[in-house]
Design a protein around this ligand. Structure first.
Ligand SMILES: Cc1cc2nc3c(=O)[nH]c(=O)nc-3n(C[C@H](O)[C@H](O)[C@H](O)COP(=O)(O)OP(=O)(O)OC[C@H]3O[C@@H](n4cnc5c(N)ncnc54)[C@H](O)[C@@H]3O)c2cc1C
Length: 327
């Protein structure tokens, strides 16, 4: 049977941004719920090891995720399992959030921390060897491939920029592109072509990712789309940069976003809809890391608390304010 809930703050997504926002909102004594469709951790659960989160020189993704969850719970944030279908602003300026199971949540503020999804190639071996050579994040995983021969797939700005970045670690980077010209900006192409460690393999698709007996990537099966010729590339990693889809489809009505669909916010993480905040990977910004997601989540929760205080002062909206924590 579906249920109805009242909160001060509803957070959509229990990734690093959502759980940090939950921790701060709970600490501010706000009645806070984090609704998550999968396991707590978001992309941390797809990450073997994190080596760039301050204070942890090396920590496994699931372990950091668990610590984020425990910390948010300690300060009173509640975790509910559910797939959020819609976030709707009502006429009284509060929000209604509906889940797949029919549960309805009400609150004067919502923080969207639903992240995004890197677009996959969809070839055999890609999902199987994710985290064992297949990656969608150069900053995150590049350092694991010092002195290796690796491949990058794509033809846009991200592929060009990250190929160049990856040569800091790899001895050789093959950029595999399905066409005979790149979409990347001219300045990035110039940098790419001038880099002696990068070689472009044109008109080519990756057909299959193969691995050694320990499950680590050691070969890519390639096919030239013009000649049909098949070949092998002995690479130990495949970085895929063919796009990233922010999870913003749940927001009903118009909300400002950039040309890629990422939500635009002000410096308080507030979107173009009053009381609707966004944090982490779902937001338009320079880079997407655990640190930036946590920083955004912090700002969003504190800004949401100030927004609620301003509503309270003007006696608008419904403030539950029964949250809190026990220490
Ligand atoms: C393979 C990989 C390796 C990475 N390695 C590193 C690294 O080493 N260091 C680093 O700093 N960063 C790394 N990153 C980036 C980092 O993981 C992200 O920047 C960070 O997780 C973003 O946090 P987030 O909370 O914004 O989004 P996410 O982590 O994507 O979390 C979003 C959450 O929202 C949930 N959600 C989405 N839609 C709904 C819905 N409709 N209803 C309910 N729940 C929903 C999702 O299930 C997910 O749990 C890596 C990313 C990838 C993909």
């Amino acid at each position: 049977m579906s249920k109805t809930f009242e909160y001060d703050v509803i957070i959509v997504g229990a990734g690093p941004a959502g759980m940090t926002a939950g921790m701060y909102a709970g600490r501010s004594m706000l009645k806070t719920v984090i609704i998550e469709r999968g396991g707590s951790g978001g992309e941390l659960l797809n990450t073997e090891a994190i080596e760039d989160y301050p204070g942890f020189e090396h920590i496994e993704g699931w372990d950091l995720a668990q610590r984020f969850e425990n910390h948010a719970k300690k300060f009173g944030a509640e975790f509910h399992q559910g797939v959020v279908l819609t976030v709707r602003r009502l006429e009284d300026a509060t929000f209604e959030v509906e889940t797949e199971s029919g549960d309805v949540y009400h609150a004067p503020t919502v923080i969207i921390t639903a992240g995004g999804t890197p677009i996959k190639l969809g070839v055999p071996g890609e999902a199987e060897y994710a985290g064992k050579g297949v990656s969608y994040c150069a900053i995150c995983d590049g350092a694991f491939f010092k002195g290796h021969v690796i491949a990058v797939v794509g033809g846009g700005d991200a592929a060009a920029e990250e190929s160049d970045f990856l040569t800091r670690y790899a001895d050789k980077v093959y950029l595999i592109h399905r066409r005979d010209e790149l979409r990347a900006s001219k300045i990035l192409q110039k940098r790419l072509f001038e880099n002696p460690k990068i070689e472009v393999i044109w008109d080519t698709l990756v057909e299959r990712v193969e691995a050694d007996e320990h499950g680590f990537v050691n070969n890519l099966k390639l096919r030239n789309v013009k000649t049909g010729a098949e070949s092998n590339l002995a690479a130990t990693a495949m970085f895929v940069f063919i796009g990233f889809r922010p999870n913003t489809g749940i927001i009903e009505g118009h909300v400002d976003h950039d040309e890629m669909g990422y939500l635009l916010t002000d410096t308080n993480m507030e979107t173009s809809i009053d009381g609707l905040f966004a944090a982490g990977d779902v937001r338009s910004q320079l880079t997407r890391q655990v640190t930036t997601a946590a920083g955004d989540g912090t700002t969003a929760a504190i800004a949401a608390e100030k927004y609620l205080a301003s509503l309270r002062d003007s006696s608008v909206g419904r403030i539950v304010a029964t949250g809190g924590y026990a220490v």
